[in-house]
Design a protein. Structure first.
Length: 175
């Protein structure tokens, strides 16, 4: 009798938790946007399908805290702390349901040292992982329909028969 009472209480407690848990997960509160509301785009890190490690965005010659108004996340939740995720604000300005074309982000001088770093990141297929409202921006694989990858590629390699290959960086990002 006591076991049945405890089991019944436990089942009711679990049902209560399941019903209301989605509303109380830290960092998972959805934002309701209205047309024209500013949308904050964050940078998470650099990830690769070929390399094992993720890299810190600001350790490479991209738009950084020196040439953008990036700052650390205001209130990280416990899950992000445990996973080691840090989000940084970008100076990409966009608003909800309003198209914007050709917005200036930042200016970077590329010398031979910076070129070698970009080359390494492109050859290892690194992507810049952007996040909006705690959701990572992803893209569909152009070669395989239905497969998606997080982040936006830094660049791509174009095979050329005579010279080996040419390396290109993306100068336009569609979000």
């Amino acid at each position: 009798m006591i076991i049945e009472h405890v089991l019944c209480s436990f089942i009711l407690f679990v049902c209560y938790i399941i019903k209301y848990a989605d509303a109380y997960l830290p960092g998972m509160n959805p934002t309701t946007y209205k047309e024209g509301d500013p949308v904050i785009i964050n940078i998470k890190n650099l990830s690769s399908r070929r390399a094992v490690t993720t890299l810190d965005y600001f350790s490479f010659p991209f738009c950084s805290s020196n040439n953008s108004k990036s700052s650390g996340e205001k209130a990280p939740n416990i899950f992000k702390i445990l996973l080691g995720d840090t989000l940084h604000d970008t100076n990409i300005e966009t608003t909800f349901l309003n198209d914007k074309k050709c917005a200036f982000y930042c200016k970077i001088f590329i010398d031979n040292n910076v070129y070698e770093k970009y080359k390494h990141l492109i050859l290892y297929n690194y992507n810049i992982v952007y996040s909006v409202d705690n959701l990572e921006i992803f893209r569909e694989d152009p070669k395989r329909k239905g497969f998606y990858y997080t982040g936006i590629p830094i660049g791509y390699v174009h095979e050329v028969k005579r010279n080996g290959h040419n390396i290109y960086i993306y100068i336009e990002i569609d979000i």
